[in-house]
Design a protein around this ligand. Sequence first.
Ligand code: NAD
Length: 473
Amino acid sequence: MTYSFGHREGVFWTGGEAFETINPAHPGIVSGRYSETRLEDFDTIFATARHAALEWAATPGLRRQALTETWLDRIEAATEEIALAITLEMGKTLADARGEILHSLKEARFAVAEASRPIGEVMPSARPGLRNMTLRRPRGVIVAATPWNYPVLTPLRKLAPAFAHGNAVVLKPSEISPAAACLIAELAAGLFPRGLFQIVLGGGHVGAALTGHPQADGVTFTGSVATGKAVYAAAARNLTEVQLELGGKNGIVVHDSEDLDACIDQVVAGAVENAGQRCTGISRLLVQRKLAAEVEARIATRMSRMRVGDGMAADIDMGPMASRAHFARVEAAIAKGVAEGARRVTAGTDGRQEGFFIRPTLFADVTPDMSLAREEIFGPVLSMLTYEDIDEALSILNGVEFGLAAALYSNRNDIVQRFVSEAEAGMLHVNHQSAIDANMPFAGIKNSGVGAPSIGRSAINFYTTEHAVYIKS
Ligand code: NAD
């Protein structure tokens, strides 16, 4: 299967330099053939989006939501086709790809339902004969740039609330795994005004042209901190509202557990889900010193049992890294960890000739100053640190630039209270790993996020603008 999406004005913008995607389990096999969006087309793209946005904003809200629901139904019906595209370009297992689509549809349906809730309030007025109210209106033309690790979930997390609240979207999916986003764009055919959902293709320079365009009314970006800073700076030049969802160095604190096996299962699941290529993936394990030996042994046993291979195979737990460049980054992070003196407990590379495979890797004897404890790796690499008391645990946990997800295992009320109040993360999990629900805000603080969190009720703050209305009779 080789994906290809030709130029179609108002949907796919191509015609620039050709590029290919490959199957990361078999790098010799091409998965997709594309061409980049030409930068000279951007003004037309934005004019088309503006036109569609105005037509869509004039469509009754409940009608917009019904049409968005129909589009989600089509995506659900095409789950197998889309899951295949995810696996062939990005590498995760087919089961994980199906799970990604299922979860993203739950989020999207929640977002659509949220858009039918109140969009304003009546307020008391200061003057006679005056009726005051607040009103929310669609923001307009939203631009979105997304990473490669969740090729459907991340786009849909932006598209569903954007459409349901009455906006047009120009999306640039990652150049590593664009097929799934292109497939969901095709599934919108005939439902929305022409140009409401447009796709631009290519790498960083196309993303920069998109997110820095003065006609963008809102920029929603998910990706690395470094790119997020560039996007923020470009948006600032146009005073455009942003929603930035960035990287993490998520820690799980194991303080005490009545069922250590269940706890370790969660730690390992959190570290290796999506082969560790998950922004909320567990990357640091902070263990009370007296538990360290036991925890290390149990994790090592589980990790060494895991089956790593082609995402198309039924009997594997974890696929490859998504690209050659990312594989090299993860290998370099592992080598740096060894060079800095951390102890590698389980194997790093797979030893196979073909495919970007990294086996689940546990490092022990990691100290807070090491790169393993500070830098996002975005692979199946877990760094174990030890601590004496909760003060030290919180100090290590919070001693990084990121603030995305954090987790705690404890049955002590005082410890839980300290964690919920003091852990510097947008998402706080107690007695489970960092798995999320479809109706909760997806929030990051510190360098992990800027602007209104997506999903949840707060999405309205980004996808609409708020107006004060004074009506004098
Ligand atoms: P990335 O920052 O390299 O790229 C993300 C997207 O931005 C891609 O589409 C890319 O082409 C585009 N881009 C690159 N340069 C750009 C520029 N100058 N202007 C505008 N767009 C540009 O990230 P990645 O390697 O694709 O993804 C991995 C990163 O994403 C990790 O750091 C991970 O933590 C983060 N991530 C965060 C979340 C979250 O919700 N917080 C979710 C998933 C991934």
